[in-house]
Design a binder for this molecule. Structure first.
Ligand code: ATP
Length: 203
């Protein structure tokens, strides 16, 4: 077991958003989180990634309560994508990948491989803010996966992509799963969920 979510509850003032949610994700499987707008998907992903504190329940990573040091092994694609607009693609990607504890030399190799896989050759010295929205999404995805996380948490990974790019990303997510990554993602896209997921959790 890579991730276990045990009986999580969370309210904002008197509004109960999560009421006893449990799920687990093993290595090499994909779990989809579905639910209407406001169902609490982003809230749950923020709790798992330590950005919010639950009212009760616990998050286990492998065999222990999740700790800050575990986040070096987790890749998180947040709903609100955040890139430094004035940095070049390569400066930014190296910065975030090294923040996850990957040595510079390994980060360069990994990023080069990802840039090639995703058709981003020649982008290295472009300014991030001048990339199109879809190109920035691609860069953000690379930054999420380049440090080879064991667990990937993706909040609406396909939003903002055209059909062609969404299909390409589905293939990449499936390839990561086949290589043993545990993946949890939220989506409104029923088709993507049924194509990719071993299990779907409805909030
Ligand atoms: P969507 O599909 O629209 O992205 P979601 O399932 O991700 O929705 P959340 O963003 O988790 O839903 O929000 C769940 C509920 O919690 C909403 O009613 C939202 O207004 C509320 N909420 C989320 N964050 C906060 C906050 N920081 N303070 C108060 N209420 C919040």
């Amino acid at each position: 077991m890579i991730l276990q979510v045990d009986n999580i509850t969370k309210s904002f003032a008197s509004h109960v958003v999560l009421n006893g949610i449990s799920l687990h994700v093993d290595a090499g499987e994909i779990v989809g989180l579905m639910g209407a707008n406001g169902a609490g998907k982003t809230t749950l992903l923020r709790i798992i990634t330590g950005l919010l504190v639950p009212d009760s329940g616990r998050i286990m990573y492998e065999d222990h309560p999740i700790a800050i040091s575990d986040f070096d092994h987790i890749g998180y694609l947040p709903e609100e994508r955040g890139l430094y607009r004035h940095m070049s693609v390569i400066e930014q990607a190296l910065y975030f990948t090294q923040l996850k504890g990957m040595p510079l030399c390994d980060a360069k190799t990994s990023l080069q491989q990802w840039f090639t896989r995703l058709g981003m050759e020649g982008w290295e010295h472009r300014q991030t803010g001048k990339l199109s929205k879809g190109m920035q999404q691609r860069l953000q995805f690379v930054i999420t996966v380049a440090h080879n996380p064991k667990l990937l948490i993706l909040d609406e990974p396909f939003s903002g992509f055209d059909a062609n790019n969404a299909s390409h990303f589905k293939d990449e997510i499936a390839r990561l799963r086949d290589n043993g990554t545990a993946i949890l993602f939220s989506t409104h896209n029923q088709q993507a969920a049924s194509e990719l997921c071993n299990r779907i959790v409805n909030l």
